[in-house]
Design a protein around this ligand. Sequence first.
Ligand code: HEM
Length: 477
Amino acid sequence: MEDSIIKARGVVKIYAGLAGIVLLLMMSLGVLMRLAQGQLIGIGPDIFYQILTAHGIGMVAIASLGGAAVMWHFLGKYVRLHDGMAIANLALFLLGVVFVLGSIFVGGFAAAWTFLYPLPSHSMGMWSHHAAAAYLVGVLLVGVGFLLFYLEAARAIINGYGSFSHALGWRFLRTGNVSDAPPPAVIASSVVTIINIISILIGACILVMMLVNLYVPEFRINPLLAKNLIYLFGHVFINATIYMAVIAVYEILPQYTGRPWKVYKPFVWSWSATCLMVLAVYPHHLLMDFAQPLWAHVLGQIVSYTSSLPVLAVTLTGTLAGIYRSKIKWDLTSSLLVLSIFGWSAGVIPAVIDGTIAVNTVMHNTLWVPGHFHLYLLVGCVSMIFAFLNWVSRSGQPAQFGGFEKNVLWLFIAGSMGFVMMFLASGHASIPRRWAVHFQEWVRYDQVAAVFALIVLISAATIVLRALARLSAAGRR
Ligand code: HEM
């Protein structure tokens, strides 16, 4: 497996390092929100909703950049990628961030990361049309950057494999010839490239439509259409973060177990099925929109049950089979990778429960939903990104797993699980999501959650800052 250890290019290190730093900053905003809901600090509702907006969009964008670092690094092992596009993505990303932060913290924009139409243009005096426009332009810039990134990935994949059908493994399905089977990293990258090019183009359409509507209100948008487009874009984009980051499991874990990650037919089928289903799963966010056609609700319910399961099943079984009696070498990287598969698997369970219409009508607007996606994203996706950052900072070599690092990892696990469980327990107690001020009987939940959130922040900061210190020391050598 020695060939898996290719030197991380500069742009990959910048992506991974930036992801680590911004994740910490966004976690700090999350801690502030939990402290405020727990009445441990005083933050006005206007500021709370600005923080909520920044945390939501910031986390989605940076998880995507972290996942992109993993994908660029490992896809680059199999096809020739031009770093120029990754650098262009980074430049547009940073420019977009300036617009988004300006709109929120200077302009007071606070319509949440989902910018649901017509809220951005109906601020009741809380922010101007220019502030809303700056937010939409900022998100558009980040989207255009990622579009360049995926177009370059698509070009390189087609160049290297002749077609997407080969890169997705369909030739292997026909011939059964192992030499036709692309590596897991190529299959996953192809799926993400396809779904995210579609999602970003759809996102760009609704962003431009809303920009026009801000200044030409006669240009009206059907709110249900707008919601469908926004959720298709947002849901696919955030789902794709874990589909990129999981490449770290496929590529790095085999170095620790000594067993290569084999591509077999169910693996190919699963990724292809997910490629289609992930585009159709978002209607579970619209189960309470009664104007939505019934067939879309039915689709939302069924696909919610099935969408993430195939890839998760092959990844979970592959991970367990890889580890079983393998003499795996445990260090921070391998432990975080295995933890991430647990987070991903466990995080899907509350989502499937919430995707059931009978449950959805009472649970969807509660903190149950942040409970689901924080489990899936914090313990799943972020653990993969941290594992990758740690692995890159150690030049792809397994390391000693000292007592200090073990304790930090256990703190991260305990903090994350406690923090997420408090969201789920709050949802179970019918505490609504996105409320800046909580009733007195809910405050105890928030306070306990705030303590766990602080533990997550401290342990995550230790992992990230130590990795960054190693990267900068290696850069000076
Ligand atoms: C220390 C870690 C974290 C803390 C303390 C935290 C805290 C919070 C809080 C308090 C909320 C608002 C819940 C509500 O009342 O509705 C929230 C929402 C959210 N968080 Fe986190 N979070 C953390 C990590 C993450 C991570 C790692 C991600 C994704 C990678 C993430 C993505 C989001 C998103 C997308 C929302 C929804 C925003 C909205 O409803 O508009 N968070 N988080």
